[in-house]
Unconditional design. Sequence first.
Length: 49
Amino acid sequence: MNVTAVLHAGFAVSVLAGILVSDTTLRVAAFALGAVLFVAGIVVSRRGD
């Protein structure tokens, strides 16, 4: 499994956790982490080109 796939899978898990969590602070943190992982996945895939 390549690094891009792992980062995007982490994004999906983080967003899912953000949806399931009821605490607002944890929800925002999970969505922020998901955004960082998603952007990191894009950056890693572009560096490979």
